[in-house]
Write a protein that binds this ligand. Structure first.
Ligand SMILES: NC(=O)c1ccc[n+]([C@@H]2O[C@H](COP(=O)([O-])OP(=O)(O)OC[C@H]3O[C@@H](n4cnc5c(N)ncnc54)[C@H](OP(=O)(O)O)[C@@H]3O)[C@@H](O)[C@H]2O)c1
Length: 310
C-alpha cells in the first residue's frame, strides 16, 4: 500500500514545484523530487530527495515513484530546443504518467494551461491537451489546474517586462495590445494544488487571478510600479518577433516565441471561469517593486545550464 506521507513533486527546485514543496513540508509530508537538475542548489537541505527524471528508463522511473501517494506534476517545456520538442515532452509526460500508475500512485495534481485544445494550431496548447487526455484516461484520480501567466519570485514574463521598462520608456506591443491576460500568483496556485490533493474527486479548474488586463494596460501598470511613464508603440507581430529575437540574442535567451505571441493575441491567456486565485498582481507589484526587473531572468540559463540532465 502507498505510504500516505510520501509525495513526489516534479521540479521541486524550480518555480511552481518549489512553492508546492514548501507547503507539503509544512504539512509534514515527505517529499521526493524528479528533476533534470538533481544537483541544483536549493533551500530544502536533507528534507527532499532528488532523482533524475529517467524518461528513457521507465523501470527506474517507476521505482522512483513507488511508495508515493500523490504526484504533483509541473513538467513541461516553454519552447522546443536542442531536440526537446513538444511531441517529445508529450511522450516524456506519457512515460511519467504510466510510471506513476504502475507504481500505484493514487492521485495526480497536474499543472496545465488555460485553453488547451487537441485542435489547437499551437504545439504548446495541443501538447498540453494531449497530456491532460492521458491523465484523465489513467487509473489515478486527478486534479488539472490551468493557469496562464504566473507571477511571483521567479515569474519570468512579468519580471522581464519590468526589466525592459527600467531601461526604456518606449515599449513595443505586438498588434493592438487589446487582448487579455489574467495573471495568477504562483503561491495561490501552490495552495490550490496542495489543498486539492487532499480530496478524492476529479477536478479540472482554471487557476486564474482576480485581475484581468489588456496587454496594453498590463505594460502601463508594470511601468507605473517601477516608476517609468510608458509610451506604447504598436507594431506588427512579425516585426515584434524580429525585435524580440534581437534582444534575445543580446541577453542569450528566447524572450517570447512566435507561438506565445500568437497565443496571447488569440486571447488564450484569459479564462471564462470565475477567478480562483485571490492575490492581485497590482498589489503584489506595489510590495515588490524595489527588486522586480532589476535583473533579467533567463529561461535558457535556467534549463540549459551545464548541470542539466534532460
Ligand atoms: N511559469 C508560467 O508563467 C506558467 C504559465 C502557465 C502555465 N505554466 C505551467 O506550469 C508548470 C510549471 O511551470 P514552471 O514555470 O513552474 O516550471 P519550471 O519550474 O521552470 O519547470 C517545471 C519542470 O519542468 C522541467 N523543465 C522545464 N523546462 C524544461 C526544459 N526546457 N527541458 C527539460 N525540462 C524542463 C523542469 O526541470 P528542472 O527540474 O530541471 O528545473 C521542472 O522539473 C508547467 O507545466 C507550465 O507549462 C507555467
Amino acid at each position: 500500500m502507498a505510504d500516505a506521507d510520501l509525495n513526489v513533486v516534479t521540479g521541486a527546485f524550480g518555480y511552481t514545484g518549489r512553492h508546492i514543496t514548501r507547503r507539503l513540508l509544512v504539512r509534514g509530508k515527505r517529499v521526493k523530487t524528479l528533476t533534470g537538475h538533481p544537483d541544483r542548489p536549493h533551500e530544502f537541505g536533507q528534507r527532499v530527495t532528488a532523482v533524475p527524471y529517467n524518461f528513457d528508463n521507465p523501470k527506474a522511473l517507476t521505482e522512483s515513484l513507488k511508495g508515493a501517494s500523490v504526484l504533483f506534476n509541473t513538467y513541461w517545456i516553454r519552447f522546443s530546443l536542442k531536440g526537446l520538442t513538444f511531441s517529445k515532452a508529450v511522450e516524456n509526460s506519457r512515460t511519467l504518467i504510466k510510471a506513476a500508475e504502475n507504481a500505484g500512485v493514487r492521485r495526480i495534481i497536474h499543472v496545465s494551461i488555460t485553453n488547451p485544445s487537441v485542435d489547437s494550431p499551437f504545439p504548446y496548447y495541443r501538447g498540453k491537451a494531449e497530456v491532460e487526455k492521458i491523465i484523465t484516461q489513467s487509473k489515478m484520480s486527478y486534479v488539472i489546474l490551468r493557469p496562464n501567466v504566473l507571477f511571483g519570485d521567479e515569474g519570468i514574463l512579468i519580471n522581464n517586462i519590468a526589466w525592459l521598462l527600467r531601461r526604456s520608456p518606449i515599449f513595443a506591443v505586438p498588434g493592438s495590445g487589446e487582448y487579455k491576460v489574467q495573471p495568477m500568483f504562483v503561491q495561490d496556485l501552490a495552495d490550490m494544488a496542495v489543498n486539492l490533493a487532499e480530496r478524492d474527486e476529479n477536478i479540472v479548474l482554471d487557476a486564474v487571478g482576480p485581475e484581468i488586463y489588456t496587454f496594453n494596460d498590463l505594460v502601463k501598470m508594470i511601468g507605473e510600479k517601477v516608476g517609468t511613464k510608458v509610451s506604447l508603440v504598436h507594431i506588427s507581430p512579425e516585426i515584434f518577433l524580429k525585435l524580440a529575437n534581437i534582444i534575445g540574442k543580446l541577453v542569450g535567451d528566447v524572450i517570447l516565441t512566435k507561438e506565445e505571441v500568437e497565443g496571447l493575441i488569440a486571447d488564450l491567456l484569459v479564462s471564462n471561469q470565475p477567478p480562483t486565485g485571490w492575490t492581485a498582481l497590482s498589489e503584489w507589484l506595489s510590495e515588490n517593486n524595489t527588486w522586480i526587473g532589476k535583473q533579467y531572468m533567463s529561461e535558457i540559463k535556467k534549463h540549459y545550464s551545464q548541470s542539466s540532465q534532460h
